[in-house]
Structures are given as C-alpha cells and as structure tokens.
Design a protein around this ligand. Structure first.
Ligand code: NAD
Length: 434
C-alpha cells in the first residue's frame, strides 16, 4: 500500500461549498459516515470522497424558435476518477443544480465501485424543462452544452449517458457534436446511443433485468420460490418499471399491481403486463385500465406482496409509512425510494432490501458494455450482453450478501461498505499527486 494513509490532508476553513447543503449530497455523506461504523475508513479517503474532484459550470445560450435567445445553466461534475473515466448521466430538469449534480456524481462513484466497473463517478445536467422545448431547440441546447463540456468529456475521460429528460436521440446529438470537433466518429464518448450508431443490444431493458437478477439471488438466499404464487407490485411503469414487471412475469411470477403518475391497477389474480403497456400506449396513463381495481401509488406500497419494486421517484418510503410496508423483498429500481430513517424501520421489520446502488446497477453495467464495444468496434449478441450482466450483478450481490451476514449489517450499509472498501484500497494504492 502507498503511504497516503500517513499524509494527513489539511481541512481548510471556509464557507460552505455550493454542493454541501444539497439533500442528495448530505444524504450520500451520511451513508458514507455510517460505513465508518463498520470498517476502518481511512480519514483521508473519507475527506477526498467528501468533495468532488472537479466541477464545471457552463452557460448554454440557445436561439429559441421565436428568435429570442435564452441562456440556461449547465453542469458536469467528476466526483472521483480513481478507478477509470467518469461515468454518469446527463439530466434535463428544472430542479437541476450544482448540488444535485455533485450528489448524484458521488453516488455514481459508489455504484460503479460496488459492481467493480473500471469507471469513476460523474454526472451532468441542464436546468431546463425539456417538455417546453421544440425538437430544434432541444437539439441546439444539447449541441451547445456538448461543445461547452467537450474539454471535460471523452472516451478516456468521462462518458455521459441518458438520465431524466434525455434519451438516445440526445446521446446521438452529443456523439455527433463531439465527433465534429474531433473530425472523425467517436462512438465511445457517450452510451445509451441508438443501435445504428454504436448502441448496445440489451441496453433498453438492462436496468429492469438487473433488478430481476438481484431478486432471483435474494429469493435463493431467503428460500423463497419464484413461481405463480409469488406476488409482485411495481410502482412506476416507465423504462425500469415496465421492464422489471415484464421480465419478472416472464420468469413465472404474478404481477398483481402496477402504478404510474396517475395511480394504477390491482388484481389479486394477476395482470397481463403487455396489455397494460398497450393500454398506456393508447391512453397515456394506467388509470382507468379495466384489468383490475384502481389503486393509488401509496396503497400499492402497503400491499401484502412477496416482492415490491419501487421504480418511479425518490422518497416514497419514509418514516411516516415504512411500518405499513408488508413485502418480503424490496428491490429498489428507482434511485433513493427509501429514506435512511425508513430503511432502519424496514431492517427491524425483517424486510429484505436490495438497495438502489445494487438493484438498479444493470443500466450502468450495460452502458459499460456499450463503451467497451465502441472502443473495440466489435459488437456482441444480446445473449452475450445478458449473460455478462448476470455474471457481474450476481457477483456484486454475493459480495454484498456475504458482508451483510458476516458483519451483521443491513443490506444498504453492506452495499456501501463493499463499495467503499474496494475504492479505498484503489485510492490508497494510487496515493495522490504530487
Ligand atoms: P421513466 O421516466 O421512464 O418512468 C418513470 C415512471 O414513474 C413513469 O411511469 C411515471 O408515470 C412514473 N411516475 C412519475 N411520477 C410518479 C409518482 N408521483 N408516483 C408514481 N409513479 C410516478 O423513468 P425510468 O428511467 O424508468 O426511471 C425510474 C427511476 O429509476 C428513477 O428513479 C431513475 O433515476 C431510476 N433509474 C433509472 C435507470 C435507467 O436505466 N432508466 C437506471 C438507474 C436508475
């Protein structure tokens, strides 16, 4: 090991950095602190992980369709790049701020380390409501943002991906803009691209598939048979919710309830996930679907099901309602659906939680595969992608479960412990420059 442990970094006195007060950042720091109760967490490693490595603010002027010019705030944050290039999505949302972006970048560092990808943590975003933009305005925004962050990103430096408000088309514009600057096609600069320009087979359903792979591992450990009597409820029916529901139904479980922003539908005899999808395609929302009775988003959380998959928003299970949750396995497809206080209540009740950084890591794992395929210019079959996803996520699950048992800590603390142990060792080996 290097002697980094002996070089105590001085903490400078000063005002609060712009990210420090943000709830996502504070929450991530609290989780890291809790790991200090489980392992001997090197004080300098903690100090370094408590701050992002680099942050970039960019102003993004866009000529709007009416001829006026609007200037938007954009960010890209590299939280930590010890393990490899930064990796994390680009979010278009009115709530985007430097604090939120830095907090999400920190969580990406820990997620990538947990599943042992050779990638660091990054995140980006623009404070904008994409629903108010025309396609031309969105393209202009994306291309100018990409130009402004071009010196910060690249296949060896930092590889953006889609997040809330961005999609494969936005990634195609980012890839094209970066490639125009380079003078040749650079597919490895972003992931989540359309297949025709270097996207990976299996990326679309990867997060939901990873959720189900984790559930299969959890069920084995708990002695729970996954079959037609295994009831599943899913909150959220977008990318993660739909694919989780579809894949868990395909392995023979009974999906009894699904909701989206409008509420949803419950039927104790089971729902047909494809028909739910057809209903939403025609009616935009699940509400009113004749497959069962209406159920609200909160009621869904309290159903006596075997498996509950929150796959929509954060902060759904809180101190106010955690005691009413009655599932055996909680598989967190969404980011941050359970508050830390609620997590304690669930642990005490014996709910087996598969925490978000493990359960929803399938997306970034297959993004990593897309990057590898782009760098090699050699593309894999969907079967190969899914097999490799299984290998990586089930190994990560094993490490987390082993730590959960041997150290007698909850699954969430265990996941962060496993991640930070690996990252700490890497940081101590590398030491720091100069
Ligand atoms: P999405 O936009 O495709 O779908 C979101 C779903 O949530 C929609 O069905 C929407 O109707 C529903 N929803 C919105 N507000 C709701 C509310 N108040 N109550 C209940 N449902 C509501 O988003 P997604 O890509 O499926 O992401 C869902 C979650 O998973 C987010 O927390 C995201 O950060 C996380 N996640 C996504 C990926 C990925 O690869 N897409 C990867 C990791 C984590």
């Amino acid at each position: 090991m290097s002697d980094a442990k002996n070089d105590v970094i001085d903490e400078e006195e000063g005002g609060e950095a712009p990210w420090e007060g943000h709830p996502i950042y504070k929450n991530a720091l609290n989780i890291m602190r809790s790991v200090g109760d489980v392992i001997d967490f090197d004080v300098n490693v903690f100090a370094r992980l408590s701050k992002p490595r680099r942050v970039l603010y960019v102003s993004v002027p866009v000529r709007m369709d009416d001829g006026s010019i609007k200037t938007f705030d954009g960010y890209r944050v590299h939280h930590n790049t010890t393990l490899g290039p930064g990796k994390g999505g680009v979010r278009y949302h009115p709530g985007v701020s430097l604090g939120e972006t830095a907090g999400l970048a920190l969580l990406m560092t820990l997620k990538n380390s947990l599943v042992r990808l050779p990638l660091g943590g990054a995140k980006g975003g623009i404070k904008v409501d994409p629903n108010t933009l025309s396609r031309r305005e969105k393209q202009a925004l994306t291309r100018r943002y990409t130009s402004e962050v071009a010196m910060f990103i690249g296949p060896d430096k930092d590889i953006p991906a889609p997040d809330i408000g961005t999609d494969p088309q936005a990634m195609a514009w980012m890839m094209d803009t970066y490639s125009m600057h380079a003078g040749y096609a650079v597919p490895g600069v972003v992931t989540g691209k359309p297949i025709e320009i270097g996207g990976s087979l299996g990326r679309l359903d990867a997060t939901g598939r990873g959720v189900v792979y984790c559930i299969i591992e959890a069920a084995k450990r708990l002695g729970l048979e996954l079959g037609p009597e295994t009831d599943v409820a899913v909150q959220g029916f977008g990318n993660v919710g739909y694919h989780s529901a579809k894949i868990i139904a395909n392995i023979g479980c009974r999906v009894v309830a699904v909701t989206d922003v409008s509420g949803g539908v419950y039927n104790k005899n089971g729902l047909d996930v494809d028909k739910l999808r057809d209903w939403v395609a025609e009616n935009q929302v699940l509400k009113g679907c004749p497959q069962g009775d209406y159920i609200s988003n909160e009621e869904l959380l309290f159903l006596p099901v075997d498996i509950l998959i929150p796959a929509a928003l954060g902060n759904q299970i809180t101190v106010g309602n955690a005691d009413k949750v009655r599932c055996k396995i909680l598989a967190e497809g969404a980011n941050g659906p359970t508050t830390l206080e609620a997590n304690k209540i669930l642990d005490e009740k014996g709910v087996f939680t598969i925490p978000d950084i493990l359960a929803n890591s399938g997306g970034v794992i297959v993004s990593y595969f897309e990057w590898v395929q782009g760098m090699q210019n050699f593309f894999w079959s969907e079967k190969d992608v899914n097999n490799k996803l299984w290998e990586i996520i089930s190994n990560a699950f094993n490490r987390v479960f082993e730590c959960h048992q041997s150290r007698n800590v909850g699954m969430r603390t265990s996941a962060f412990t496993v991640s930070i142990e690996h990252l700490s060792r890497a940081m101590l080996w590398r030491g720091f420059f100069p």
